[in-house]
Design a protein around this ligand. Sequence first.
Ligand code: FAD
Length: 305
Amino acid sequence: MSPIAFRPSRHSTRPVRVSFEFFPPKTAEMEANLWSAIERLAPLGPSFVSVTYGAGGSTRERTHNTVARIVRETALKPAAHLTCVAATRDEVDDVVRSYWDAGVRHVVALRGDPVGGLGTRYEPHPGGYEQTCDLVAAIRRIGDFEVSVSAYPERHPETASLDADLDALQAKVDAGATRAITQFFFDNDLYLRFLDRVRARGIDIPIVPGILPVQNFKQARSFAERAGATIPDWLAQRFEGLEGDVETRKLIAAAVAAEQVLDLVDRGVGELHFYTMNRADLVYAICHLLGLRGQLADEPARAAA
Ligand code: FAD
């Protein structure tokens, strides 16, 4: 299962570690797609694969079932996303315990979006965890979990200032978070400037860049609007006029993502988290560029030997 990583870019000689994010499927067809994506990406030896938790806790069962199936049927290390939304502290604690019992040792702890939707005021559930740092502390009390949290290079849309965002990140680290994964971004300078500010605060956990390969530009733009992430003009221009041309869009998407990740690696980044959207091809190609080789890629060579 361990990948063969070699010189990932023209300049860097360090191996790169990757992780993959999936969402829980709603239908049997989506489940089949998800599992074919997991099977394709698993041989690349990700550090972990994470499964999101739907807004308002709407996917509680599906997230749990997907994570439990990963534990049962693969050698991958799953991370279960969990939010504070729409549940009491006892209910959330039960979910965490059930993950522990299922053999899960990594939770991605989040506040979650307001129940009324983005743009509405966030109200903690009565009897629920108020803030993400409270959830992180609870998870760490329940078991010796690895706990990842979010970070926002361009600020969270609700936050008053970048400093308030950094206070929230600090509180999550103080409560026991071991890694942060960033919201996606397309301008690497934004991430690197954010990293400088995080380190200047004395926060020393890994701040892993979240990479969104642009499988669908319209969808990426809509995600970005909701997430408070900037779509640079140059990115929009690259996809301009390709609305009806799927094949060229795929090539452009691969080129854009390759440029972004190779630049990050050249600038010292050693760990990347991919928002896969449950699709493997583009992410597989980018990981190949990064030097990751899995068992499947080795097989023809072995067969020929
Ligand atoms: P926090 O890090 O706790 O807070 C973010 C910022 O908002 C901080 O600056 C904080 O000060 C400010 N803030 C928090 N509460 C308030 C408040 N009441 N008033 C004013 N400011 C406030 N969402 C899901 O539903 N399911 C998922 O699986 C999921 N996975 C994610 C994975 C990653 C890597 C990322 C980056 C985001 C994910 N999200 C997910 C989205 C996330 O739930 C939302 O962005 C949510 O709005 C904030 O949650 P958080 O844990 O990031 O917030």
